[in-house]
Ligand binder design. Structure first.
Ligand code: UN1
Length: 505
């Protein structure tokens, strides 16, 4: 076994069911995790059964009773220790993320850095779970609001950010007083098991109750059980729009709360006033970073007609310089896609783009000599924003289109079902302000002179339309993990009614 696996406590056989302090032997069928890097078996775990799920939920409910009454700053102290534990394991976990998911080592380490950053953010937040005070219309009355935890929070995460997105949810949920149950992607179970082991040490050192942090490696049925279970107050799901719609419908059917962070189809507008020295690296990183498997990946380029030719030429040159190969080799920029299915989706989309009038300017092929899951970064010129362009393909395919007027560019940018991230490259203030105004981008994230990917944890992360509307991570995203209670207190000797009503008896 590789040394980073040993350091993280991953063994050839791993239980995929844990309630924080202990891992239980699940009852389900075996699940083998293979590395997309070289197809070797990393380790085995098993898919949880309905009985495992039941055990995890029950244990979580018991732990909640203790955790919710602990003062929030003390909960913050636990999260601070978790941040330190991730600092101590950053190198090993970053390598595992890179090995199991396929992203470059730098990005694997960057993902662990996001965990550390959200821990810091959550620690500060643990002293800032503010409610408002309001002036009552009644004499001798005080009105204010306070925020209480929800209870058990379910986190369903995707393979592409196998650990960071969980941490955005879990760290905030914990300081808010909730307990968490995590269902990681079946494509990246070892990264999740490693995280659970890292925080398990912190829980143990602090004599915290079993059940604060459950993990359940499971298939669709477990996700469905989470969505349908009224004991799970909030289900936060990251992944495809298809999955999100199923989860959201099941949660809504029981009037539960959901937080959806789904597909993106992010565009960069490059105007005639753009500085291409800024735009080119942003476009290239946005399109090929994580091999095009970020929900914030740049998939569409909408370029002013006057700049299309020179930009295309530069991008073709830049794509040709991308070094593809083993993501753990820090000389490489881009690793493999997650699996063979992703490669076939990539090929299908390129074929469809060609049928829809697209012209492949660079790439378009798998690279079998490197391994099963490697593909070329691909640049496709499109005459119009056809069906394939409106669809999110999780691969490094960048569609380039040209425009004449900024309104036309903004209309194109908004004319897709997704609404996550967007950006404009311009040095013209009127153009950038127009893009950020209500008449501009309809996305949850809108940037000027930086790309669509690489959002910082301090901002609220998420998007509109089919992206699902949820906001995670920074700003006031914590409110999604709490319930608001409005309190009115009468400290007078009479009972005045609101709305001017008199009720004498
Ligand atoms: C995701 O792809 O699910 O902005 C999250 C970014 C990262 C997060 C991406 N900070 O690209």
């Amino acid at each position: 076994m590789k040394d980073f696996l040993i350091k993280l406590g991953i063994t050839p056989q791993n239980s995929g069911v844990s309630t924080g302090l202990n891992f239980w032997d699940g009852h389900g069928v075996a699940l083998t995790s293979y590395s997309p890097v070289d197809q070797t078996e990393i380790a085995k775990t098993q898919l949880a059964t309905a009985a495992d799920f039941e055990k995890v939920v029950e244990t979580a409910q018991i732990a909640y009773q203790t955790w919710k009454t602990m003062p929030a700053p003390q909960r913050g102290e636990i999260v601070r220790q978790m941040g330190d534990a991730f600092r101590a394991n950053k190198d090993a976990l970053g390598k595992l993320v890179s090995y199991e998911m396929g992203k470059s080592l730098q990005e694997g380490l960057g993902e662990v850095q996001e965990i550390i950053d959200i821990c810091d953010f959550a620690v500060g937040l643990s002293r800032q779970l503010y409610g408002l005070t309001m002036h009552s219309e009644r004499r001798n009355h005080r009105m204010y609001e306070q925020w209480h935890p929800l209870g058990v929070v379910g986190v369903i995460s995707a393979f592409n950010f196998p650990v960071a997105v969980w941490s955005w949810n879990a760290m905030l949920a914990w300081v808010c007083g909730n307990v968490c149950i995590w269902k990681p992607s079946e494509k990246t179970p070892m990264t999740a098991i490693a995280c659970q082991k890292i925080i398990g040490g912190v829980l143990k050192n602090n004599n915290l109750p079993e059940g604060l942090s459950g993990i359940i490696v499971g298939d669709r049925e477990i996700g469905e059980a989470m969505a349908k279970d009224p004991r799970i107050a909030l289900v936060s799901a990251t992944g495809s729009t298809r999955m999100g719609k199923l989860v959201a419908q099941n949660v809504a059917a029981r009037l539960g709360k959901s937080l959806m962070e789904l597909g993106g189809n992010n565009a960069i507008i490059v105007t005639e006033h753009a500085d291409l020295k800024l735009a080119i690296p942003a476009i290239v990183f946005g399109a090929v970073g994580t091999a095009g498997q970020r929900c914030t990946t740049t998939r569409r380029l909408i370029v002013h007609a006057s700049k299309v030719e020179s930009l295309t030429e530069s991008l073709v040159k830049a794509f040709a310089q991308i070094r593809i190969g083993d993501p753990l080799d820090s000389n490489n920029h881009m690793g493999p896609l997650i699996d063979a299915d992703a490669v076939s989706q990539y090929q299908k989309s390129i074929a469809q783009a060609i049928t829809e009038g697209g012209e492949v300017l660079y790439g378009g092929q798998p690279i079998p000599e490197l391994g099963t899951c490697y593909v070329q970064p691909t640049l496709v010129k499109m005459k119009r924003q056809s069906a394939v362009v409106c669809h999110e393909t999780f691969a490094p395919i960048l569609y380039i289109m040209s425009y004449e007027t900024l309104d036309e560019a903004i209309a194109l940018q908004n004319a897709v079902p997704q609404g996550l991230s967007s950006s404009i490259f311009t040095l013209n203030m009127q153009e950038s302000e127009h893009f950020l105004s209500v008449a501009g981008s309809d996305c949850g994230i809108a940037n000027v002179n930086i790309g669509t990917s690489g959002a910082e944890i301090g901002g609220a992360f998420g998007g509109e339309k089919e992206t699902g509307g949820g906001r995670e991570s920074g700003s006031d995203a914590w409110k999604a993990y709490m319930r608001r209670q409005t309190n009115t207190i009468n400290y007078g000797k009479t009972l005045p009614l609101a709305q001017g009503i008199k009720f004498d008896f």
